[in-house]
Design a binder for this molecule. Structure first.
Ligand code: HSE
Length: 428
């Protein structure tokens, strides 16, 4: 058998620990599949004395960046963060001729094209299956398996925390804040949940998927990002009445030569694959042109799924698969040409908080008619003369620019209270 692949791992948290355990438990089987043994030769973690569920016969370093000079073939970066020690380690590892496997979506979304170029110049692999949707093998699928006909769109539920919160808001009718608190107590949400619930984590993953799908450099700067903090039980309840669920989606679609990429809560029909993704699961729907639509669902985080993705990359490297990180040579990744703001077209869910007085519906309908926004369904629950009441509408297919323009006009009415709610409807 060829000589072992020598692995240095930075970060022994949930994922790092899972990688070590799986490599130790299934070493022989993995060696057969990889054609050589996968040996851990060096590790780095903050606390050497922390009790762990495995014994490490490997060199220990307090300083993760020092792993770049370890006697290893590949460095696995599981520290996280778009800069700081994670970036320093990846740059130093590539500079010193080591392959890199990382789960770090923030780092690659921000610096991916440059790091990919650095890896290619030296004939090294930069692999990141674990960075997007945990155990789902979507990076390899887009990079290698679905290249024949090109990708028209890739859309996904990419953050398990958000999906857990939305699913539980729907089940219990409770508020975002209440369910978030429970998710934190159960360990599903971080103490600081901002990256997850604000949409940034989804944005990082979407930037990588868009790059793999369209051959563009990862681009976070041209991506509108909206999180789930403003989703109310009321909107979830109305969605359910119309047969929809609210999901936080990362969406990247070809629009001619442009790419429409955005992160936003969307109404997805219940009973469809995307609409029925429950709890902390992730899913990705890819439209691969003549190859047809594909749907991937699985666990997007946690020890087993994420370690599975890291090990898949290690096996690839052990076999000598060292292709370009984003599927095309880094120098050929084009800048993303983003679709003009507001160009995306869909049906829309609109909710107006209005005073229950004669003429308010006519006024709203008048504005919509003037702007040629056509209504498919409408609902007003109960009556509350002189007091606030909700009017909910679903439009026909309408460009976002047209619908936001008319909402501004409607919001000026003294019978309309607060800002109207606007949520796109997305195919499931
Ligand atoms: N925090 C992420 C999630 C997993 O909740 O899905 C890591 O990106």
């Amino acid at each position: 058998m060829t000589k072992p692949l020598r692995i240095a791992i930075a970060g022994l948290g949930t994922v790092g620990g899972g990688v070590v355990k799986a490599l130790q438990a299934r070493g022989d089987e993995l060696a057969e599949r990889a054609g050589r043994r996968l040996d851990i030769v060096a590790v780095s973690a903050k606390n050497r004395r922390k009790p762990r569920a495995f014994i490490l016969p490997a060199a220990w370093s307090e300083d993760p960046v020092a792993l770049a000079s370890a006697d290893a073939d590949v460095v696995v970066e599981l520290i996280g963060g778009e800069d700081g020690p994670a970036r320093a380690l990846v740059e130093a590892a590539l500079a010193s001729g080591k392959h890199v496997v990382t789960a770090n979506k923030a780092l690659l979304a921000r610096h991916g094209a440059r790091l990919a170029a650095l890896a290619e110049e030296r004939g090294l692999a930069l692999k990141f299956e674990a960075a997007v949707a945990g155990g789902i093998p979507i990076v390899k699928a887009l990079r290698e398996s679905l290249v024949a006909h090109g990708i028209a769109s890739v859309r996904g539920i990419l953050n398990g925390t958000c999906n857990f919160i939305l699913t539980n808001m729907e089940r219990t009718g409770r508020s975002f804040a209440d369910v978030l608190k429970e998710a934190q107590q159960l360990g599903y949400a971080e103490a600081d949940p901002t990256l997850d619930v604000g949409g940034a984590d989804t944005a990082h993953k979407l930037a990588l998927l868009a790059s793999l799908a369209f051959g563009t450099a990862p681009d976070l700067d041209h991506m509108p990002v909206e999180g789930i903090e403003h989703i109310t039980p009321e909107d979830i309840g109305y969605a359910r009445e119309f047969g929809f669920r609210i999901k936080l989606l990362g969406i990247a679609k070809r629009m001619g030569a442009d790419i429409d990429q955005r992160v936003q809560p969307a109404m997805v029909r219940a009973g469809t694959p995307l609409g029925d993704v429950d709890g902390a699961f992730n899913a990705v729907a890819a439209d691969a042109g003549e190859a047809g639509p594909f749907f991937f669902e699985g666990r997007g985080a946690g020890e087993g799924p994420t370690a599975s993705a890291v090990i898949a990359d290690l096996v690839d490297i052990a076999r000598g698969s060292v292709g370009p990180a984003f599927g095309k040579p880094a120098g050929t990744l084009t800048p993303l040409r983003s679709a003009p703001p507001g160009a995306a077209s869909s049906a829309w869910y609109l909710r107006f908080e209005v005073l229950d007085v004669p003429g308010v519906l006519a006024e709203i309908a008048g504005h919509l008619a003037e702007s040629r926004v056509s209504i498919e369904s409408m609902l007003q629950r109960g009556r509350n003369p002189g007091e606030p009441v909700s009017i909910v509408m679903i439009t026909h297919d309408t460009p976002q620019a047209a619908v936001t323009h008319v909402l501004k006009a409607i919001a000026t009415s003294d019978k309309v209270l607060g800002r109207p709610r606007l949520i796109p409807m997305e195919a499931g």
